[in-house]
Design a protein around this ligand. Sequence first.
Ligand SMILES: C[S@@+](CC[C@H](N)C(=O)[O-])C[C@H]1O[C@@H](n2cnc3c(N)ncnc32)[C@H](O)[C@@H]1O
Length: 276
Amino acid sequence: MLNDIIGCLKKPPLYTKTKGEFWNDEYISKQMLKAHLNPEFNGASRKLKFIDKSVDWIKEIVPSTDYPLLFDIGCGPGIYAERFCKQGYQVTGMDFSKRSINYARNSALKKRLDIAYLYQNYLDMKLYKVFDFATMIYCDYGALSTIDRKNLMCKIYQHLKPSAKFLLDVFSVETYNSFQEMQTWEICNDGGFWREDGYIALYGHYKYSNSVTLEQTTIISNTNTATYYLWNTCFTKETLIEEAKEAGFKVCEVFGDIAGEPYHRGSPTIAILLEK
Ligand SMILES: C[S@@+](CC[C@H](N)C(=O)[O-])C[C@H]1O[C@@H](n2cnc3c(N)ncnc32)[C@H](O)[C@@H]1O
């Protein structure tokens, strides 16, 4: 038992993947959905006020009249997708959280919004359809390993029409620089985000070279011990442009966030608008 726990707490090799379920864990996915839908929380989705501002900006720079077929990659419960649909885009959303996609489908049905939601791993996407505009919002791109990012960029490129646009955001090296390494723990007697019943959480926050951070969480409960890895690769404007160009994209413009703030060296995020 002790050796198992010590094994879980080791700083792992770069981009080690979580072994069990995270996005589709029966209990954790419920907590994730709650986090997405909390309008005042910046966890799984950004705060609602920011999302509204973001959609207002996006519809101006990539208008639905010129780019009607929109592909929202990692759409979660459809918070952006619904707003895009109301702005006149024909939206396809893709996500591999079953709970989020089910929620999104029901919500669209209730609101009579014609949105196609696909429950699929975006790393395996194969749609036999091409789009005018793709979005990948809230820094999910940086959660992937170098090889997965490369694969995804190429897949997205293949799913776009010539001259189509791709908009995404990432955390910047400014975020990496302010990330604090730490090891701490928490006792949750009555359950919490990770488990319904009591557990102990052991947290390790680590920095790696090449602007990568890891938030490692080990959960010890009466029934099991499990470790979750949340990786984040942070970018400079130059490293982000390099990856986009490698996949064949042209760079239209770089911004400080996905709501159109001007970019500067101290921006915690970078948003980039690309063209095929
Ligand atoms: C940070 S959330 C952002 C959700 C949404 N874009 C927003 O801003 O509200 C990332 C989303 O990507 C999804 N996701 C992560 N990896 C994925 C994968 N490999 N394939 C499909 N969806 C994925 C998660 O389920 C989650 O809904």
